[in-house]
Write a protein that binds this ligand. Structure first.
Ligand code: FE
Ligand code: ZN
Ligand code: FE
Length: 192
């Protein structure tokens, strides 16, 4: 076997990588949503799970368009990003807002990695004149970009909430510190 000989084969390889990545995400996103406590974050993740299922179907259409059977090839990059996300979300946190802040960061890593992969495949589809494949991939890229923006917006609520403990520490104590710590302990206890 002479290996990969054409840009079309490169594109098919990229689709296989993405197919594996998206399928992994259909299992990973529910875990992230389950660990989230912020309502908007949970909703963003479950909404994006539905989109991710559609993205898998779009990739299957792209394979068929290229005369290929849909087949994944292990995406080591996404496997690593998901592994890290699970690890970070599973740490112990003083407040649930801190965990949510970390989950947002993990989810944004996922989206950016996907965006880079789709952008590369889109460019290859464009060069090859595969306009149907290009359109399918662009529809998904738009969803990934929107998911990223949504997560960023949710972070603007979650991150200040996560920072309350820091502000109280700077005050050097007082009533607000105690109440924040009490809240933190309460949430922490509930989670364990
Ligand atoms: Fe995706
Ligand atoms: Zn990959
Ligand atoms: Fe995504």
């Amino acid at each position: 076997m002479p290996g990969i000989e054409s840009l079309t084969e490169v594109l098919v390889t990229e689709l296989r990588d993405l197919y594996d990545a998206e399928k992994r995400l259909t299992k990973a996103i529910p875990r992230m949503a389950k660990k989230s406590t912020n309502g908007a974050l949970r909703k963003a993740l479950t909404d994006h799970l539905k989109e991710t299922n559609r993205q898998v179907r779009r990739l299957e259409q792209a394979f068929r368009q290229l005369g290929e059977r849909p087949r994944g090839k292990a995406c080591a990059g996404m496997r690593g990003i998901i592994e890290e996300g699970d690890e970070h979300a599973g740490e112990q946190y003083q407040t649930e807002a801190l965990r949510d802040a970390v989950i947002i960061g993990s989810a944004m890593r996922v989206e950016h990695y996907e965006m880079a992969a789709y952008m590369g495949a889109i460019e290859h589809a464009r060069i090859l004149g595969q306009s149907t494949v290009k359109d399918l991939l662009e529809a998904t890229l738009a969803e990934e970009e929107a998911a990223d923006k949504k997560l960023q917006a949710i972070g603007q609520t979650v991150n200040p909430a996560a920072a309350t403990g820091d502000a109280d520490q700077e005050d050097g104590g007082g009533r607000s510190r105690k109440s924040a710590q009490a809240r933190g302990r309460k949430r922490f206890a509930k989670k364990r």
